[in-house]
Design a protein around this ligand. Structure first.
Ligand SMILES: Cc1ncc(COP(=O)(O)O)c(C=O)c1O
Length: 396
């Protein structure tokens, strides 16, 4: 018996693969500050649980494959203020943004096709693309330019004839980079020239700081036939365990392809779709206090890190991640030191080493991604631990 070449070519997630080691550290009584994963500590709005509690049907039945109509309608309503007009046929509910990505790559890639992605990228893209027999074509973004990549010359230089799509996360994970409407137009024009799909992952749409106004790729009407929006309740409503996401697409042919997969997997969890419907009916000012909270966290983490000698940090404009260059050769080796050896008052911290966020060999070895999903006090403490651990590591 043998595994597929596809799965053999995949790698474990750098965001999760150190969790067993962290669990062993925690089992020994040490507190670990987890800045490795985008699991927010903000409470899920009550309306989610309340809606599920009110469920009174005697049978927990399958739902329709595209998703509950009530959820589709709530999503359509949510998009109206963004100037994105949708019909139910444009909204496919999925089991998280993760399933949305998997379905899309399965629907558009043939063996050997590639997807252009700015690197560093959200590492699980590589897994979904490889599962669909594709590969990543990286657009290498420069940390010294704030990881900006919406540059025609850079896009053209990165393009290969194998490319079938360009995928962008806006606001970015892991970089926090935000695209303006003009940047989006550069990307869409480039995509049109090379006949590429534009996969616009907007799961962090509300998390834009310093007064920035978010624009959705769905607003670029001229490119509606090639834009595929990936979305999710996970981050927006701090409901990662609900596993509800969706695809917004106005291309009927792609929607028909996606529906074959959607019908094959039957439906998304009925109760969670009921809860998600209530989330999408929340007033838009729900996000105001959340945005302020994350912006405050970003500032605390940025200030803390900026003070550590040798640490280079990019101030992100959105999402809740920060790319950081550490004064070490191997961020993975230093992480093992943090988890297995270093203790400050019986506490340590962890991050996601960024090498796995790059397709280009050799890049990212001394870079890490930090998620500012803890309260300000814990973030301050985490930077204090990082500073002390770097000193101890240097003096070993
Ligand atoms: C950019 C991006 N897209 C998609 C996902 C998947 O989210 P979920 O499957 O929880 O909806 C994540 C999760 O971290 C993400 O950061």
């Amino acid at each position: 018996m043998r595994l597929s070449d596809k799965v053999n070519k995949m790698e474990f997630s750098p965001i999760r693969k150190f969790n067993p080691i962290a669990a062993a550290t925690e089992a020994s009584g040490v507190h670990v500050y987890h800045l490795n994963i985008g699991q927010p500590d903000i409470e899920t709005p009550d309306v989610f649980m309340e809606a599920i509690r009110k469920f009174d049907q005697k049978v927990l039945a399958y739902a329709e494959s595209p998703g509950l109509a009530s959820l589709q309608d709530a999503i359509i309503g949510y998009f109206k203020p963004f100037g994105v007009e949708l019909e139910r046929k444009n909204v496919l509910v999925t089991s998280g943004g993760s399933e949305a990505l998997s379905m899309v790559f399965t629907s558009i890639l043939n063996e050997g096709d590639t997807v252009m992605i700015p690197e560093p990228y959200y590492t699980n893209y590589r897994t979904f693309i490889k599962a669909a027999a594709g590969e990543v074509t990286p657009i290498t973004a420069d940390p010294d330019k704030g990881y900006f990549f919406a540059d025609e010359a850079l896009l053209e230089a990165s393009y290969r004839p194998t490319c079938k799509a360009i995928a962008v996360v806006n606001p970015g994970n892991p970089t926090g980079t935000i695209l303006s409407k003009e940047d989006m137009e550069v990307i869409c024009r480039f995509a049109k020239k090379h006949d590429l799909w534009v996969i616009a992952d907007e799961v962090y749409r509300e998390f834009a700081y310093d007064g920035r106004q978010m624009v959705s790729f769905g607003q670029l009407a001229d490119y509606a036939d090639r834009v595929i929006i990936i979305d999710s309740v996970s981050k927006r409503f701090s409901a990662c365990g609900a596993r509800i996401g969706f695809i917004i697409c106005k291309n009927d042919e792609l929607n028909s392809g996606l529906m074959k997969i959607a019908q094959g997997r039957l439906c998304c969890p009925t109760l969670e779709m009921i809860g998600a419907t209530a989330l999408y009916q929340l007033p838009s000012n729900y996000f105001d206090s959340i945005r302020v909270e994350y912006e405050g966290r970003r500032n605390v983490l940025y200030e803390g890190l900026s003070k550590i000698p040798g640490v280079k940090v990019n101030k992100p404009g959105g999402a809740f991640y920060m790319m950081v260059t550490l004064p070490v050769e191997s961020a993975e080796d230093f992480l093992m030191f943090l988890l297995e050896e270093f203790r400050d008052n019986n506490e340590t911290m962890m991050y996601a080493p960024a090498e796995g966020f790059y397709a280009t060999p050799g890049l990212g070895k001394n870079e890490v991604r930090l998620a500012y999903i803890l309260n300000q006090h814990d973030l301050k403490r985490s930077t204090e631990i990082l500073a002390k651990a770097l000193e101890a590591y240097k003096n070993r």
